[in-house]
Ligand binder design. Sequence first.
Ligand code: ATP
Ligand code: MG
Ligand code: MG
Ligand code: MG
Length: 472
Amino acid sequence: MTSKEIRQAFLDFFTSKQHEIVRSAPVIPADDPTLLFTNAGMNQFKDVFLGIGSRPYTRAADTQKCIRASGKHNDLEDVGRDTYHHTFFEMLGNWSFGDYYKKEAITWAWELLTDVWKLPKDRLYATVYKDDDEAFELWKSETDIAASHIQRHGEKDNFWEMGETGPCGPCSEIHIDLTPDKSGAALVNAGRPEVIEIWNLVFIQYNRDAAGKLHPLPAKHVDTGMGFERIAAVLQGKTSNYDSDVFTPILKKIGDITGKTYGGSMESDTDMAMRVLADHIRTLAFAIADGGTPSNEGRGYVLRRILRRGVRYARQLGQNEPTLYKLTEVLCETMGDVFPELVERRQVIEQVIKAEEESFLQTLDRGIEIFNGVTEKLKKSGGKVIDGADAFKLYDTYGFPLDLTRLMAEEIGLSVDEDGFLANMKEQKDRARKDRKEKSAVAEESGEWTIFAETLKTEFSGYETLEQKSRI
Ligand code: ATP
Ligand code: MG
Ligand code: MG
Ligand code: MG
């Protein structure tokens, strides 16, 4: 089955269970100040769960574009290092708004996986929240999963929350055992690639307020999310998402541009870099298609960090010129029919990415030199931690986001003094503030109000540039 067919099969299955198929919401949430990026399928239905909005249907299904690179759900550090966490992914989901509950959610998930898709039952594990006897019993009574394959887990894995506040509840998840000898029982939720979570069934029944308190919601709902790239890989008999047809065309294109071949190794720097590029282009393209732009603040800075990371990995693959933007085409070709916004906004996506790449490439090589100088000195002295002032210089003068410096440090077994970095940043801000104050005092004393007003204008824009630079 191709990934396109898999996506469609999911939607068809839930259509047959009377679900309304809805469109993915944009990855940039329109009206939720608690979120930088859409991080789950349920985001667009938050108002329904909270009882302040409604829809003309009580059952829905879709594929939702998600970005997990900030906030409560941040998988950026895993990207490239494992084969199943992406910064951008599609979440296949089905929902009940006060309609069906645990029994149907569990029965249908099992039916789709084992009856329609024929996944081997002895490779699947179901987890439930430690106190959720109801879900535990339903797995036993409504499905033919082996009792030994139902596990209870705690808050961290089986109580789902979209952010610090908002709708939440206990969940029941399905994991697949990819070990050669089906020995994965102890590896469920162990963060290991041998046993991977594929589907989360959340039973939304609380709202967490800003003080952290849980309040029961007016009705109970079902919110499920299945990783599309993960299920595509599984159904295509692969153990890495990057070997599924979601990613192979992108990796092939990266190979064409760089002259390298993707080998799927976890040890090879080249393969790691290729995975990162294949991941990051999707995040950047989808975010820009939905109105995001790299900048120095908030979600814009998340995008800028991702892009600069990408540029640095492309550099590792021997690219001295903008490269990422060239991957937009293959993305449009492979996903443009399902997400037409990619095709409609292709030019903007390419222009924005290319301009950002050009700008960072101007300082990247010099920054790498500085980094190498600093780390060589450190190694000679037997030190293990990059000085905060050095990390800050890389950030302030060469545009290296802190997480890029950290990543480069980790690659050679070093770390960064992040407190020192922050202290340097604060010092610079304080200095800029003090400068401004002193200038305004001088102006006041000499009574140069007109002149001062002029100075203020130029000084102010000067300060803005400094501020901007300091956030890079
Ligand atoms: P994991 O434990 O693997 O990090 P999760 O518990 O954080 O996953 P959920 O919030 O339950 O994930 O999201 C629902 C589903 O979305 C998961 O079961 C998984 O299949 C998929 N998923 C979650 N995060 C990612 C990601 N970063 N990349 C790809 N798929 C993901
Ligand atoms: Mg996670
Ligand atoms: Mg999990
Ligand atoms: Mg989960």
